[in-house]
Ligand binder design. Sequence first.
Ligand code: BES
Ligand code: MN
Ligand code: ZN
Length: 489
Amino acid sequence: MKVEISREAKLSKIDHLFILAAEKSRDFDLLPALAGSISQAIKDARFEGRSDESITILSDAPRKVTLVGLGKLKSLSIRGVRAAFHTIAKTAKKQRDRNIAVVMPYALPNLGADESVRVLAEYLAGADYKYDAYITVKKDEKRLPLNATLIAPQSLDTKTLRRQQKQAQAIADGVRTVRDLGNAPGNLVTPTFLANRAAAVAKETGVKCTIYRRQAIERMKMGGLLAVNRGSAEEPRFIVLQYTPPRAKKHVALVGKGITFDSGGISIKPADKMEEMKFDMCGAAAVIGTIEAAAKLGLPVKITGVIPSTENLPGGRAYKPGDIITMMSGKTVEIVNTDAEGRMILADALHYASELKPDHIIDYATLTGACVVALGSEAAGLFSNNDELAQKLIECGERVGERLWRLPEWDSYKELIRSEWADMKNSGGRWGGAITAAVFLKEFVNCPSWAHLDIAGTANTEGETPRQARGATGAGVRVTVEFLQSLSR
Ligand code: BES
Ligand code: MN
Ligand code: ZN
């Protein structure tokens, strides 16, 4: 939905006013005109502000006022607010509201009032998101777009509000790009489509985009990407995005796994839930969405996006267990499981990125089921060769509601990917699967400040959650934009 941030609500123009209310700490000073009827309704309904409560009061301007409970103020979290926003968006859609206003009377933890407003506006903008490009019978054909006004604290001046609104929009656009790309089916989003989409985003935002096709990939000797591509009838792509603002002091390379469908290849996956593997390009999408947001924000940081992309399919030409592949870096890999394909394409991309000598490299990948076993969908796995970078990313994530949890990448795990026949194997087996994958990637990184985000559990949800619709979440964009912003402060 379209979101505007304002200090006051034009009550006469609003169909539905939503007020977030925490337990025992209600603050309705913002709206003296309504205070009386609201207090009465709260008493009548015995509304306490618990996170599962909401009451709607009918009045004249606006016609509807809904109080949405947030739970205890001392345990207020971004996640709780997101759930409330999702409820608000669903209610507004169901009731065919066109103009809503949202009052959030409390600042978010760890954030100043201005950033708090930005984070809230950005979440609100995506709260009604649903991927319906292929629904031909739209139940609500005649539904008009939803507009929201987020009521900001009186302490913020108009200039600040305008700036935060613009920033919220830029980040919301980036997140939307990721969700649309992730949710779209694999027969639409092929490596070629992904590259074209990256080029379109680049064109729109003044970013340079170079697309390498098969021949160029062969010339660069990207053995990992070419091996995984062998089973696919779709051509591979290697996409490089370059955002080069004037006076940039730092250079960050962002690398994203772009497997547009992962069947497992010859080591084929079970049929159950295989359709979820269309999301295996969410790392790539996160890189595209982050660069889109960064360029729209005009962040003074040089960013290079690096995306290797292919399908992973079985077939007469597919790479096989037992094959030995020479990677772009010159190292050799014995294939023991063709389903460990993400690390094969990322290895070449990380080597490529290392050669650019950036200050930091961050990669995003729906890399391992093991990471989902360890952390579920609450946090992404974080691996890094640099404590300072790791700590900073965790803090940035905490501020914007994207949790990262650090796991080790100790050299002692290398034993598990030791090969008899080559420099290493592409899988270390079940135990510590997320870690051995990270340790494999590390073999191809030549940069003292590298982080790997395993977003297998956070990139998409298997069903609707209290916080959002089913499907791609946009994981990676918010934390990275926050990190890039912190570099320019
Ligand atoms: N794309 C998958 C990882 C994945 C699994 C993401 C489940 C989201 C949900 C990846 O390519 C993969 O297949 N990994 C294997 C590695 C194994 C063969 C060493 C895995 O996790 O089982
Ligand atoms: Mn796989
Ligand atoms: Zn995969």
